[in-house]
Design a protein around this ligand. Structure first.
Ligand code: 5RP
Length: 230
């Protein structure tokens, strides 16, 4: 089974949790897009759901495939969010933001009664941190914010490079909210809870990719099929 087939398997298993009439948060990334494709087939067959997209990219795909959308302001209470992840640990703590949509993804997940993560086996880790942690920052005072993040990291015993994310053409990556992303290669993060809460206290940090106590279930696809972590 190749990587795409695993993503489709996880997405198909998540679709079984979707019921008629649900208000859905719809994630961002290649795995979430497989979910959108399968969801669109069910919508075309008569399933009645409304989605709130977590990025402009997801919104475009939903519109193209005919998945009905509303804004989070129109639907502030969601039944279920389905989204991918860059890393998942055994306590369903996540690193997200590889696609740069972490702010909207976190707002939408927090507005949902449940969040199901869909991923393949390569995303499962014992301790978070192999994937560089995306930190969304305001462009005003970016150097001061970066220094504050470095200082915090060192008090937590974390070292590693913080790199401002750029696009393929070397221009600065801007999020849908008009912010920058610092990718922090800390390596193993032994106390993700402490890092998460202390990052939130730095004024220039808009949001970070540590998702703690947000996922209710993870559907992990591997060569032998999909398994559930909860
Ligand atoms: C986007 C995300 C994605 O969910 C994450 O990067 C996983 O993406 P993919 O399914 O393409 O591996 O957090 O901000």
């Amino acid at each position: 089974m190749d990587a795409r087939e695993m993503k489709i398997k996880a997405a198909a298993a998540a679709l079984e949790h979707v019921e008629d009439g649900m208000r859905l948060g719809i994630g961002t990334g290649s795995t979430a897009e497989e979910f959108v494709r399968l969801l669109a087939e069910r919508v075309a067959a008569g399933l009645n759901v409304v989605g709130v997209p977590t990025s402009e990219r997801t919104a475009r795909l939903c519109v193209e495939l005919g998945v009905p959308l509303k804004s989070l302001d129109e639907l502030p209470d969601l039944d279920l969010t389905i989204d991918g992840a860059d890393e998942v640990d055994g306590n369903l703590r996540l690193i997200k933001g590889g696609g740069g949509a972490l702010l909207r993804e976190k707002i939408v997940a927090a507005a949902s009664a449940r969040m199901i993560v869909i991923a393949d086996e390569t995303k499962v880790v014992e301790t978070l941190g192999r994937f560089p942690l995306p930190i969304e920052i305001n462009s005003f005072g970016q150097v001061a914010t970066q220094r504050a993040v470095e200082k915090l990291a060192s008090t937590l015993g974390l070292t590693g490079d913080l790199v401002l994310r750029v696009r393929a053409d070397e221009s600065l990556f801007m999020t849908d909210g008009g912010h920058l992303i610092l990718d922090a290669s800390f390596g193993r993060i032994p106390d993700a809870d402490a890092l998460a809460s202390q990052l939130n206290a730095i004024p220039g940090v808009v949001e970070h990719g540590l998702f703690i106590n947000l996922a209710s279930l993870a559907i992990i696809a591997g060569p032998a099929g999909a398994r559930v972590m909860e």
